[in-house]
Design a protein. Structure first.
Length: 179
């Protein structure tokens, strides 16, 4: 499938993950990726993503999905390592998922260089309830390493969708060695 999307449709590789499952991310424009091919053990659509203007919309939708009487959440709230999206995945009645997110990364397509995402797919959260137990444990261990290594990424916002806070954080400045 990669050859079809890259060679025929001219999608360009953004990055890829080899563990705890294989995933390849492709872009056509400044959006980090518009297509992902993910090894899930199933044939078909894994998910589609809807990006929102407000982080609060994501959080409130997550609360609503968690309150549903069925097992609506397929992947818990979290943040991706590659596109920095804060999101969760909800199961649809047809058993594919919708990723509901905020803060996706933009890239410069002419200068972008794809890399292997060695920290796995998430900075934090995104417990994938659909993974087999062994891969789920591997995914959790990767997130623990992200935290232990102190990996952080900047928040991606659109103009008008933020306010700069005042003051400093003594804890964070101490962690960075700035205090």
């Amino acid at each position: 499938m990669r050859a079809f999307y890259q060679d025929v449709l001219d999608f360009r590789l953004s990055d890829y993950i080899l563990h705890p499952f294989k995933a390849y991310f492709f872009h056509l424009n400044p959006r980090h990726h518009s297509l992902a091919l993910i090894e899930t053990g199933r044939t078909g659509i894994h998910h589609i993503m809807m990006e929102l203007y407000s982080l609060d919309d994501v959080g409130q939708a997550y609360d609503l999905a968690c309150a549903a009487p069925d097992e609506r959440i397929g992947t818990t709230l979290g943040r991706h390592t590659n596109d920095f999206m804060t999101s969760f995945y909800a199961r649809t009645p047809n058993d594919f998922m919708i990723e509901y997110g905020w803060g996706g990364r933009s890239i410069d397509p002419p200068t972008w260089q794809p890399t292997e995402m060695i920290y796995g797919p998430s900075l934090w959260g995104h417990d994938r309830k659909w993974l087999p137990p062994e891969q789920l444990a591997q995914s959790r261990a990767m997130r623990a390493k992200v935290a232990a290594d102190g990996l952080r990424e900047p928040v991606q916002v659109m103009e008008g969708n933020y306010a700069v806070g005042v003051g400093t954080c003594a804890w964070w400045d101490g962690v960075r060695g700035a205090g």
